[in-house]
Structures are given as C-alpha cells and as structure tokens.
Design a protein around this ligand. Sequence first.
Ligand SMILES: [Zn+2]
Length: 124
Amino acid sequence: MYELHGSVLRNYCMQCKKFYGPEAVFNVEGVPTCECGGIIKPDVVLYEEGLNQEICSQSIEALLDADMLIVGGTSLTVYPASGFIRYFHGKNLVIINRSTTPYDQMASLVMNQSLGSIFQEIEV
Ligand SMILES: [Zn+2]
C-alpha cells in the first residue's frame, strides 16, 4: 500500500489516461485497474517519486494563501508532507489520519480514521 498525501480525488489510467474518482482506488482489493486493463494510478506524489519543482512552489503559494487546510493519510512526520504544512498559517487545520500527528494540537478538527473510510462516507 502506498502512503499518500495531496489530492486523492483524481486518479488516472496509466495506459489510456482516463480519469477516475476516489471510489476507483478506495473500494477495490489489490491494484485498481481500468476497463482497458491499465493500472489506475492516484494523481498524487508518492514518496518513492521525486517532487516536481514547479508543483512544489505552486503548493507552497497555495498554502500561504489558504484559510483552511485538510491533510489526510499522513502522520506528518515524513517529508514532503511535514515540510509543506509549515507554510500554512490559515485559521482552520483539519487532520484526517489513523494515528495522532505532531500537529493535532494546532488543528481545529482531528479525525482519527483512515482517509479511505472518510471518503467512503462521502456521497459522490
Ligand atoms: Zn485505461
């Protein structure tokens, strides 16, 4: 299982590039696959991949401007998630993670549930 951070709302097929919603990766056993047979990959940065420099600076700009930040599925102890959260100075921090994080004290709302179970409760 990958440890994810960032937006998990968009997922795409590595073969035909078709986009899928969160249900495509959360409600399946094993590797999610497209109707074409390709692998559906979450459109987020995975830890084993490098971070694009431009995406990095755009993320930091967005964080500096944000009033509210929702962070999910990370203990916030691993780079880059731990690095990005320092740029957020808005009012409301929401943390969704199975275990506690060093930022829980700062958060307006903490949900100690897996990101997958939260998404399953959202009516899409
Ligand atoms: Zn496909």
